[in-house]
Design a protein around this ligand. Sequence first.
Ligand SMILES: [Zn+2]
Length: 511
Amino acid sequence: MGPDTAEPGREANERPSPSRVLFKGGFVADTQARLLVRADVLVEDERIVQVVGEGVSVPEAERVLDVRDCLVLPGFVNAHTHSYATLSRHVGNGLPLEPWMVHTWANTNGRTAEETKLSALLTALEAVKTGTTALLDHLGGDVMTTSAALEAFDELGIRASVAPMISDLALPDTVGVPADQWPAAARANSPAFLPANADDLLARTEELHRTWHGRNGRMAVFLGPSAPQRCSTGLLERCAELAEKLDMGVHTHLLESRAQAAIPPPPGARSWVDHLKSVGLLSPRLSVAHGVWLDGDDIADLAESGVTIVHNPQSNLQLGSGIAELEQWRSHNVPAALGTDGVNCGGSMDMLSSMRLAAILHRPGQADPAKWESAWSVLELATRAGAQALALADVGTLHAGMKADLSVFDLRTSAFATHEDPLASLVFSSYDHRARWVMVGGHLIVDDGIVATVDEDAIVAEAAEMHRHLLRRNDKYAELARAQQTFLTRVSAEATPPREIMAFRRQSRQP
Ligand SMILES: [Zn+2]
């Protein structure tokens, strides 16, 4: 979409912003050299135009920010989240994925555009306040509600790729237990027992793509099949064709839980990854969330195809799904990125929490500390690698010519008092992850700790009543979820993944 295209919403979102902003004298992260350098960063319009060391003169800027006591980092890219989750943060909390999902579904069913927008605003607020400048939102709903989330991201000014989450199979197929084996109370009047129409689902995605993709240079629409075991082979094939035809990114969940790994792939496929390969989806345009229950051949296939696996460490722990094999992905050179997942299973939108977990979670399985993740390696996952997963070619590092997406963290707290290693202190030690300044495409979204584009207090004030209303309105679905919970907890507990996967995990010492 050309820059002169007049589309609805454009004028409303053109914020007056100084054309030149100078971040003066901060510790600037050179993520390629893995060094912090005292430098000035000059931004003109939407791009970084100069990163120069002390003593080098820079042109005058309309706005000069003194960042001498600050870390200047590329903005974080959250490569997997769900914005619906922020309005139902603890619904189903304390359950594994399969029973948790039916509670989630019960709470989100029938969300209005207004509710979807508020949830997206809350999500994006928490993201930008903690230094995230781009996110991928895997979001279910119709065109109207999904558009409401895109509006929210556009108003707030974050960079967003929305992958409308689609699935055409009925709930029993998605967990691998035929409907007639469910207890009667768990299937009575359940709308989730009806399959959806693939034509409608793809038409919705196409319409959103036509309307939103490329808007304001920040919005993108991806294809978002929910997970391979939740979609018919036909739907997955058509996703692959459409992605090719419209040059779209594709995002899906993949083998997150034991129960998913225990569902046999369709006839003729060696594994679920092999199935994705046979429908034509394995390519660099695909990113997959989780990938906890893969075997060595799957990882080799993903590496060969350039698929990005998005690690969501907190969600994998919080739902008891398992510990992903980040180290194996690394040794096979699979592109890896980092996400928080929805806050209803991943805690919060704070990418520094994900970075901390990714840095320490895999250490007990690796005797050679030289192979451990470091503050720099997880920063790379959270910036450049995420940008690649979102197909953002000129985002993710702080160099002249790149888009001006950056986050500034104040170092004047106890975690940084000794001046030892500011980046390590931020990743491993800091208890306050609020960014002081956050810029997206040259616009200051967080200015001296305050979100400049939307009214944060008003958004927060609305949430509790909306949550209460959702609980009341969807109580009949919640009752059904309670009836399904015991059964699905048993399905989850009794699931037996194939021998190859179990052997591979034992060999790489993952619980
Ligand atoms: Zn997810």
